[in-house]
Design a protein around this ligand. Sequence first.
Ligand code: SF4
Ligand SMILES: [Mg+2]
Length: 448
Amino acid sequence: MVGTESKYLKENASFPFCKGCGHHHYVNYLDEALTKLNLDPEHVCIVSDIGCIGILDSLFSTPHTFHTTHGRSTAFATGIELADGILNDSKLKSIVVIGDGGSTIGLLHIVNAAMMNIDVTVLVANNFLYGMTGGQHSHFSPLDFVTPTTPAGNIVPPLDICSIVKSCGAQFVKQAVVTDKNLSSIVAEAIRYPGFALVEIFELCTEWATPFNKIDGKMLSSKVQFAEEDLPALRKEFSELYKEKILSVPLKKSDDGIEQKYSSPLRGTKRIVFAGTAGEKVQLASYLTMRAAIGSKLHATQKNDNPVTQGSGFSLSEVCLSSEEILYTGIDVPDVVIIASADGLKEVRANGILQRCRKNSLVLAEQTLPEFECGGTVLRLALRSLCTGSRASLSAFAAFNEITGWIPREAMNETFEQKFKEKSALYEKDIASLKPALAALLPKGVPV
Ligand code: SF4
Ligand SMILES: [Mg+2]
């Protein structure tokens, strides 16, 4: 039965644990530690994990409690502490209640919190096995430990959580046996500590450990190696450091602001696919199109695609331009497809874009590409010979805009100037190179 004097625990609640289980002491010592510190329950957050120890939160009534998924309690506590430390006044004390099973599953979250020196206190209830799910061995089971999954004894050395977090820069690291009389003081010190603190608490699972192993208080005491005096808090706690080093530095003025001083004649939404070869500025051409469109009071989105290797094979970009807010960025039927190279053609064939073209779709393709099946209107331009291969995508972008007129020429020029500075004249040069070819094409009419 839980004590009635506590300002943190429920009155007269029954312990849910098996007889003799170490978790009884764990709850009582945690309550004692909170009482010693006299923390306002409003400023305590108990973040629990899986396993028998995880149901401890149901015994607490006044602090915040947060029951999380397998091994993730430290990650949740990290987020809670970051929000409290950076956005608030660091009033909250977050305490992670986790067993050896949860610590096995979520080890990297503990490592991460230790590396960052987040102000969380991790209380590892180590009874060397997964008690709730049938006594399976965990990464914390000692050598020769007998469990249902290690019937001949565990042959893998146990994981040493204290050494791991110490190697990550943790400075408050202690071990204790759950029956130690001074455990509440150790836990209180850990909670008070301004930064990451971990206490590994050795316990007995009377259901699965004691029936099969010679395990007693002496054996548990022999496990305690990290009981030395605290080191001074040499490292700054993360949110303090973040405020000092990051938040205090004024942000550089972003050069990403796009002044909307032009006006596009486009009404409605147009969906454009740029396809070419990696390294030939396909995605840059799309990006510049998008920026110029935004500068012309349009809404714009861009989605890029390329093979796993970034610098070889195809490069593809899907751009939506609209006078309305864009709520769907997919391209079912393209309005324009620009194909600047053989790699690009291969990809738009393979991913079905060409097959989805309709009569009103304009397909602007490099002249030297082989014939291809397509339901749209195909215009061919000598992009690679007139403007060179490495500029094929940028020149296709210039040609596209000369044909459609969706983006004012001034907006395009300005976008180029911002990007290429003294080389910005190349945009006009591309247009000049393409002009005769465009003039030959345009009288035939284009569908867009
Ligand atoms: S199964 Fe083991 S760990 Fe779980 S409550 Fe029972 S004794 Fe405790
Ligand atoms: Mg356990």
